[in-house]
Design a protein around this ligand. Structure first.
Ligand code: ZN
Length: 369
C-alpha cells in the first residue's frame, strides 16, 4: 500500500451555495440544493471513514492561503471583488457566472486554496514522510481565470498551488492533468503563455464552458505546445479515458519530465453525474489515478498532488472518489459498487480525437510513438 496524505477542513462545509431556484416571474420554485453544495465533500469524507480508508491515510489541516499566495495567480482587483461581494447584501451572493456563495465564501475559498498549498508542502517538504496527497477541498478552482470567478470557482486552487511550488520550492516544471469533465478554462488562461507549466485538460466536447477547450488551443509565445486539450465525445467510458491516458497524457508527461505532478481531480465524468454525459465508473477513476501515481514515481520521485474539483452526483461522487484514492494508494477496499453497468466497447470517435491531438502536438514536441 502507498502512503497518502489527506488535506481536509470541516470549515469547507460552511461555503453555502444555497438552493437552486427557478424563476417564473411572479412565482419561484426551489428544486433543492445547488449542484456544488457541502454534501459533496461531506459524503466523500464519510465514505473514507466507513470504508476504513481514512485510517490508512495521514490527515492534515490547512490554513487559509495568504493574499500574497493568491496574487501569484489572480489580479488584486479580482481578490477585492470577491471580498466586496462576500461583504455586500444578505442571503445568497453571486460571485460570477454560475458562482454562488454567502458572506463567508471568500474566506472559505482562501481555505480551499490553502488546502492546495498544504498538499504541495506534503509532496515537496522532506519533513513529511509522504510525497502524495489528496486535497479534499471546496469550493473548486479550475474555472476561475486570473480576473474572474466562474463555474462554482472563486480562486484557482491548482494554479495557486503550481505557482507556490515554483516560488517556495524552486520547482521549474510543473504538469497539471485535469480530468474534470468540464474544460479547465481558468487554468488554461493562467498558464497559456508559460512553458514551465504543462497543462493537459481531458473534457467533454462542447459542454461547459460553451466556448473554448478546442484542440487547436495549444498555447502562445513561450507556452506554445504546452497547452493540450483533449475534447471527448459524450458517452466516453472507462476504456475511452484510459485510451487517452495511454496515448496522450502519459507520453506527454514522460517527455515533459515535470518535477511535480498536479491533478485536477473532478470526478464529474462519472456515469451518474447530472452535469455531464460521460460514462466513467469507479474502475476507470482507479485506473487513471494509478497511471498518474506510476508516472509520478517514474519521473518525479513520486511527487503527486490531486485536488478535488467537480463531481455532482451525491450517490456516485463518493464511490468515484473512492476509486481515485484506491488507485493512488494501490489498495482495494472491496466495496461493492451498486451502480455498476455493463462495460461497453470504447466509443469509436475517441480514437479519432487521439489521432488528431497527436498530429497537432507533434508540431511542437517529439512526444509519442
Ligand atoms: Zn466539472
Amino acid at each position: 500500500m502507498k502512503r497518502l496524505g489527506l488535506v481536509y477542513h470541516d470549515d469547507y462545509l460552511k461555503h453555502d451555495t444555497g438552493e437552486m431556484v427557478y424563476d417564473f416571474g411572479t412565482e419561484q420554485m426551489s428544486v433543492g440544493l445547488e449542484f456544488e453544495n457541502p454534501k459533496r465533500v461531506k459524503l466523500i469524507k464519510e465514505m473514507l471513514e466507513k470504508s476504513g480508508l481514512l485510517n490508512k491515510m495521514q490527515t492534515f489541516h490547512p490554513s487559509p492561503a495568504t493574499t500574497e499566495d493568491i496574487l501569484r495567480v489572480h489580479t488584486e482587483e479580482h481578490i477585492n471583488n470577491m471580498q466586496r461581494i462576500a461583504k455586500e447584501g444578505t442571503g445568497k451572493r453571486i460571485f460570477g457566472e454560475e458562482v454562488y456563495g454567502s458572506d463567508v465564501s471568500e474566506e472559505i475559498a482562501r481555505l480551499s486554496a490553502g488546502g492546495a498549498l498544504k498538499a504541495v508542502d506534503i509532496a515537496m517538504d522532506s519533513q513529511y514522510d509522504v510525497k502524495q496527497a489528496y486535497a479534499l477541498i471546496r469550493p473548486p478552482g479550475h474555472h476561475a481565470t486570473k480576473e474572474k470567478a466562474m463555474g462554482f470557482c472563486l480562486y484557482n486552487n491548482v494554479a495557486i498551488a503550481a505557482r507556490y511550488a515554483q516560488e517556495k520550492y524552486g520547482v521549474k516544471r510543473v504538469a497539471i492533468v485535469d480530468w474534470d469533465v468540464h474544460h479547465g478554462n481558468g487554468t488554461q488562461d493562467i498558464f497559456y503563455d508559460d512553458d514551465n507549466v504543462l497543462f493537459i485538460s481531458v473534457h467533454e466536447d462542447g459542454y461547459f464552458p460553451l466556448e473554448g477547450g478546442d484542440m487547436e488551443e495549444v498555447g502562445i509565445g513561450d507556452g506554445l505546445g504546452y497547452n493540450v486539450n483533449v475534447p471527448l465525445p459524450s458517452g466516453t467510458d472507462d476504456k475511452g479515458y484510459i485510451h487517452v491516458f495511454e496515448h496522450i497524457v502519459v507520453p506527454m508527461l514522460k517527455e515533459y519530465q515535470p518535477e511535480l505532478l498536479l491533478v485536477s481531480a473532478g470526478q464529474d465524468p462519472n456515469a451518474l453525474d447530472p452535469l455531464s454525459r460521460m460514462l466513467v465508473l469507479r474502475p476507470g477513476f482507479r485506473k487513471m489515478a494509478q497511471m498518474m501515481r506510476e508516472v509520478a514515481e517514474e519521473i518525479c520521485d513520486g511527487r503527486l498532488v490531486a485536488f478535488q474539483e467537480g463531481g455532482y452526483s451525491l450517490p456516485y461522487l463518493p464511490i468515484a472518489t473512492l476509486g481515485v484514492l484506491e488507485g493512488l494508494m494501490d489498495v482495494d477496499t472491496g466495496f461493492e459498487d451498486p451502480h455498476v453497468v455493463p462495460i461497453r466497447t470504447m466509443h469509436e470517435d475517441v480514437k479519432q480525437v487521439v489521432a488528431k491531438c497527436k498530429e497537432i502536438h507533434q508540431a511542437y514536441r517529439k512526444m509519442l510513438n
